[in-house]
Design a protein around this ligand. Sequence first.
Ligand code: AFP
Length: 286
Amino acid sequence: MSLVFETFKTCAIEIDTLLKNPSTDYLASQNSSGDMQLKIDVQADKLIEQKLLAIESIKGVCSEEKQEAVYKADSNARLLVAYDPLDGSSLVDSNLSIGTIFGIYDEVLESRALVASGYIVYGPRLEIVLAHKQVEHWRYCAGAWHALGTLQLKSKGKINAPGGTQQHWTPRHKALIDSFFAQGYRLRYSGGMVPDLHQILIKGGGLFSYPATQDAPEGKLRKLFEVFPFAFVYECAGGEAIDGTKRLLELDVKHIHDSTPCFFGSSEEIARVRDTYNALENHTRI
Ligand code: AFP
C-alpha cells in the first residue's frame, strides 16, 4: 500500500512538470516527425500505468482513459488500481486547478474491495491527499514532500458545490440546492471534482453534488475512478458519501466505466440530502 502511495507522489511531481512545460500548449498538433503528439492526459495515463505495473504487489490497473483494465500476465499479486490520470483536463486552458484521482482495490474492482484511495491537486501548489484509515495531507515544496497533518470534516460546513446542468435538474433537486443557499451557504464550484471536493475538506465541511439529471440519469462521474475513491476519502475524514439514498461504497459495478449520481459532504448536509431523496415517491431519481 505505502509503495503505491509513494509511486503516486512521484507521479505527481512528474505530471506537474508536464503541466508546466510550455510544449503542452501544442499537444493536439503534429510533432516534427509528422506524428500526433500525445495529449497531456494520455501522457499522464502512460506515466502512471508504467510506474504502477512495475510494483510487484499490483495485479493490474484500470484507467479512465482506457476501455478495459490491463492485467499482468503471470502475477499472484492482489492489488488493482483504478485511476483518472487528469481529471478536469478541460480546465487546463483556463489555468484552473486539476487533479489525479486513484482507488486501490483488493482483487476485484468493486466498491466493497476499496482499501485505500487518494488524489493529487495540481494548483498553485502541488499537493496529495492519501486515505487509509485516516486522511493525510501532503505538500511538495523545495524538492520534498511535507506532511501537513490529517484532514477531518466537521458535522456541518458553509460551502455548496452543485454540479450538473441546472436546466436538467429535477425541481426537487433544485429546491434542495436552493435550501442550502437560503441558509447562507456559499457557491464554490470550479468544474473540477478534485479542487471542488478538496476545498470542502480543507474548509472542514459543505456539500458537493452531482445528481441524476434528465440528460444524464446515471450522473456523470465514474464510480471506479472518481466516485468511490472520493467516497473513501470523505468517510475516512468523518464525512459521508451517498447516491441520494444509498452509501456509495455499497453500490455494484456492472461495467468499469459506470457512473452514478453522487453527494459528498459532512453529516448534516448529507442527512438533508438523504431526507429529500428518500421522500421521492418510489425512489424515482428523475
Ligand atoms: P473534464 O475532465 O471533462 O474537465 O470533466 C471534469 C469532471 O469530470 C469533474 O472533474 C467535474 O466535477 C465534473 O466533470 C464537472 O461537470 P459539469 O461541468 O457538468 O458540472
